[in-house]
Design a protein around this ligand. Structure first.
Ligand code: B12
Ligand code: SF4
Ligand code: SF4
Length: 324
């Protein structure tokens, strides 16, 4: 498309078509503004120290809750989702003893996979929006609360496990956003958007009791945080309950009825080839070097933890085996 798109409705429809072409599975638009409720929750959460060592989350919370502070003049937030579910057996397993790797981390790093198409979507808006339109793409790497915007854009609801759940597809998907100064038509809310109701399976199933109240996560207890973000030794009282996870954790998604009953595998293989198996040999982990992470595993999300933390995770498992 080369003609400048004039009306708000036409531009919104054109952006949606472009997002489809770029292969995003879900799409929604929200009007930009201050995230007042989320800001209150975030400030309480930080004050309690629930972010642990993730100091970057505490940096300028007002910016995180107001896209106009990230992109001056921001008027709309475009949100996309990408399904990453693959049948468990497709991911392979090393022979025991091996630790569990979260589903999101077995293929290519989603930051890498989503970055390019998201930037293309941002460029499309700049090219076809009103003159002077500025747009910026984010997938995790900026001060943007992606679940809050996805909820506002009508993609799903926030589960008690704190994740964004698509009513027809569960939560096995990544989010990305484009902030733009263009005015777009917000996606109308789905009148039948469900919620968790009386269910509390994720809270009861969480091995370390990290979901302390519905919708409240103490990251310091979360296995995902402990195996990826946390540096240094893992407290023995938490390590004792890690149930064999050596990178990330999927328990609060695996038990969710929206995933059990509704989620379907992704239609593309963009997260293949699998770089790390669903069950990862502890011996291979124990021998990992930084060099291997920057070569063979350069495209993998496990790189984020660093070789030292990965070796620690393997060692943790050896001392606290839950499965083999
Ligand atoms: C930091 C972070 C983590 C941390 C902290 C998780 C967390 N829940 O905050 C750790 C390392 C633990 C983590 C783990 C995981 N993460 Co993460 N993470 C992020 C990141 C970068 C920021 C999240 C954040 O801002 N946290 C701040 C705190 C305050 O959020 P919160 O406590 O959950 O509060 C939310 C709600 O409860 C709510 N809320 C609003 N109003 C109110 C009012 C009240 C009263 C209450 C109670 C709550 C509430 O506000 C928040 C959302 O808007 C986002 C990407 C992004 N930039 O948004 C990805 C993101 C949330 N993570 C993602 C994924 C996939 C995961 C894992 C599944 C990976 C894995 N398998 O190991 C796990 C899931 C753990 C879990 N149950 O959350 C996806 C989730 C996709 C989805 N469908 O929702 C995201 C969006 C990344 C992406 N681009 O796709 N993650
Ligand atoms: S990812 Fe695992 S440890 Fe973290 S909240 Fe979910 S079930 Fe609990
Ligand atoms: S397991 Fe139940 S309570 Fe938890 S997110 Fe899913 S529906 Fe909500």
């Amino acid at each position: 498309m080369t003609d400048s798109v004039k009306s708000t409705a036409a531009l919104s429809a054109a952006v949606r078509r472009r997002a489809d072409e770029l292969g995003f599975d879900w799409f929604g638009i929200a009007e930009a503004g201050v995230l007042a409720e989320e800001r209150a929750h975030l400030l309480d959460w930080l004050a309690d120290g629930r972010h642990g060592q993730m100091e970057w989350l505490a940096r300028d919370p007002d910016r995180r809750c107001d896209p106009a502070r990230v992109l001056p003049g921001c008027r709309s937030v475009v949100v996309v989702g990408v399904n990453y579910q693959v049948p468990e057996e497709a991911d392979g397993a090393d022979p025991p003893p091996a630790g569990k790797v979260a589903r999101y981390a077995r293929g290519r790093d989603y930051h890498r996979v989503l970055d390019k198409p998201l930037r293309k979507l941002a460029r499309f808006l700049d090219a076809h929006g009103p003159e002077g339109t500025r747009s910026r793409a984010y997938v995790d790497h900026g001060p943007v609360d992606e679940r809050a915007w996805a909820r506002r854009a009508g993609i799903g609801f926030l589960g008690k496990n704190t994740l964004l759940i698509h009513p027809d597809q569960g939560s096995w998907f990544f989010l990305g956003v484009v902030l733009t100064t263009a005015t777009l038509e917000p996606t109308p809310p789905r009148p039948d958007m469900p919620d968790c109701g009386d269910c509390r399976r994720c809270i009861d199933a969480c091995p370390t009791g990290a979901i302390t109240d519905p919708g409240v996560l103490d990251a310091r207890r979360c296995i995902s945080y402990l195996t990826i973000e946390h540096k240094g030794p893992i407290a023995p009282e938490l390590a004792a309950h890690m149930e064999g996870w050596v990178f990330g954790c999927d328990v609060c998604q695996e038990v969710c009825p929206y995933n059990i009953k509704r989620a379907r595998p992704a239609e593309t293989d963009r997260f293949a080839p699998r770089l790390v198996p669903a069950r990862w040999s502890l011996a291979a982990m124990a021998e990992l070097t930084d060099e291997e992470l920057t070569t063979r595993l350069a495209q993998s999300p496990v790189r984020r933890a660093g070789a030292e933390s990965l070796r620690r995770n393997a060692d943790q498992f050896v001392r606290q085996p839950a499965e083999s």
